[in-house]
Design a protein around this ligand. Structure first.
Ligand SMILES: [Zn+2]
Length: 92
């Protein structure tokens, strides 16, 4: 009886450890950042929206343009940037 309990406990612990290893392998970001926000390097992973085609892309890969108010605009490509700027010029 006691042996059965020990075996069950061992299997449980083994599965728990295995699950931890697997989740750390598949979701490394989640484990790393956790609830700590605004600390080192979190901003680099931020997604920004292309105001022209509405695509979301990592800030690092975006083409940044400052508008007249100095606010940054992020574009997925030069094509979108040019099209957006042409559009805003026309409407202004
Ligand atoms: Zn775009």
């Amino acid at each position: 009886m006691l042996r059965t309990l020990i075996i069950v406990l061992l299997v449980y612990l083994a599965l728990k450890a295995l699950f931890r290893i697997l989740s750390a392998y598949f979701f490394p970001r989640q484990q790393r950042s956790g609830r700590v926000d605004g600390d080192s390097g979190v901003g680099d992973d931020l997604l920004v929206e292309d105001p022209y085609c509405k695509v979301h892309l990592p800030k690092q890969e975006a083409i940044v343009v400052r508008d007249n108010d100095g606010r940054p605009l992020y574009f997925c490509s030069q094509k979108c940037r040019d099209a957006y700027l042409a559009q805003t010029k026309r409407s202004a």
